[in-house]
Ligand binder design. Structure first.
Ligand code: UT7
Length: 329
């Protein structure tokens, strides 16, 4: 097929596990309070997947909804990209397992490991495949089972994360769609947010299990400052070349790490957070890559995003990585 000039998001979907873990529940697990969690983060509750529910199980539920929303079938897809840092296993990839669960085969399927910026990176990759004419329709799913890599004895991290999945189907559109992309990374600061063990650098051992080295470790305070600056800079880097200012953005879909980070980013952009920021972290906490995917889906479902609106997606996470997109809906 010939190269498409515009790539649009033509379907969105989400899946959140049923089990709700509230701040009151966490008060019984670690030395914390609802008051501390709400004032420092904005989070009130998060969802927790079942023990036997894998990342691909959540991914397939979100993907099926996004396909139905796009009025397409899995057989129409040309590529499947899954953004996750909690894959079902190292290999085969969660994308290959998702492909199988969707009942298709043959088309390329692969995971990307970009932590919280994964959904934005995935959309950008899908955009290139579609614009180059290599595929017509792409499925991007961001799915995380962070509860599986959380140290439930560490109050500085266990109150922050949740499980869930969000999906988007992308395809050629006549006008609008993805107008601008800015992606970046800074590997020198990788140790600020990591899961140190289980890979070739530190293979699994009794020592790694006993010391919770298969769990998320985070220097929250230092990351906070980077997040505000980097998300603010990324927003500028993607809007300026298009001649856009904060005024021109109708809805900002940020990675949902912390209410205070998002308010600070909005301030740097000179926009009113109450009017422009879409937030759902009070219900779900930080779901890494799935956060912005679920937020996009809910903003569409709630009618905040409608045809003709200009959307800024702005994500930041481990790596460090960051990504911002402008989408004309
Ligand atoms: O997902 C992408 C990347 N992630 C981020 O961008 C996250 C960025 N960071 C943050 O969101 C915030 O730094 C946190 C929410 C993680 C922490 O908030 P903070 O305001 O930076 O708190 P802090 O780490 O500076 O800790 C302040 C105090 C400490 O006590 P002392 O040393 O002042 O006595 C902590 O021990 O709060 C204590 N603390 C807690 N207290 C009650 C840490 N966690 C908790 C807790 N409950 N859960």
């Amino acid at each position: 097929m010939s190269g498409a000039r515009h790539t649009g998001i033509i379907g969105v979907g989400k899946y959140l596990p049923e089990k709700v873990l509230t701040n009151a529940d966490l008060e019984k697990l670690v030395d914390t309070t609802d008051e501390w969690i709400v004032t420092r983060t904005g989070i009130k509750e998060r969802r927790i997947a079942k023990e036997n529910e894998a990342t691909s199980d959540m991914a397939v539920r979100a993907a099926e909804k996004a396909l139905a929303n796009a009025s397409l079938k899995a057989a129409d897809l040309g590529i499947i990209i899954v953004a996750t840092i909690t894959p079902d296993m190292f290999f085969p990839s969660t994308a290959c397992r998702l492909q199988h669960k969707l009942g298709v085969s043959g088309i390329p399927a692969f995971d990307i490991s970009v932590a919280c910026s994964g959904f934005v990176y995935g959309l950008a990759i899908a955009d290139s495949f579609i614009k180059s004419g290599l595929v017509k329709y792409a499925l991007v799913v961001a799915a995380e089972k962070l509860s599986a890599v959380t140290n439930w004895k560490d109050r500085s991290t266990c109150v922050l994360f949740g499980d869930g999945a969000g999906a988007a189907v992308l395809g050629p559109v006549e006008e609008g769609g993805i107008m601008g992309i800015h992606l970046g990374a800074d590997g020198s600061k990788g140790d600020l947010l990591q899961m140190p063990a289980g890979g070739s650098c530190m293979p699994a051992s009794v020592h790694t299990v006993e010391n919770h080295l298969h769990c998320i470790q985070m220097e929250g305070n230092i990351l906070f400052k980077h997040a505000v600056k980097i998300m603010g800079d990324a927003a500028k880097a993607v809007t300026e070349p298009l001649g856009l200012t904060g005024e021109d953005i109708d809805v900002i879909i940020p990675h949902q790490a912390n209410l205070r980070i998002l308010e600070a980013v909005a301030k740097r952009m000179g926009v009113d957070p109450a009017k422009k920021l879409y937030m759902n972290l009070e219900k779900y906490g930080n779901m890494s890559a799935a956060s912005s995917a679920v937020a996009l889906c809910e903003a569409v479902e709630e009618g905040r995003i409608t045809k003709g609106k200009t959307i800024l997606m702005d994500a930041f996470g481990g790596g460090l990585t960051w990504g911002a997109l402008i989408i004309k809906w």
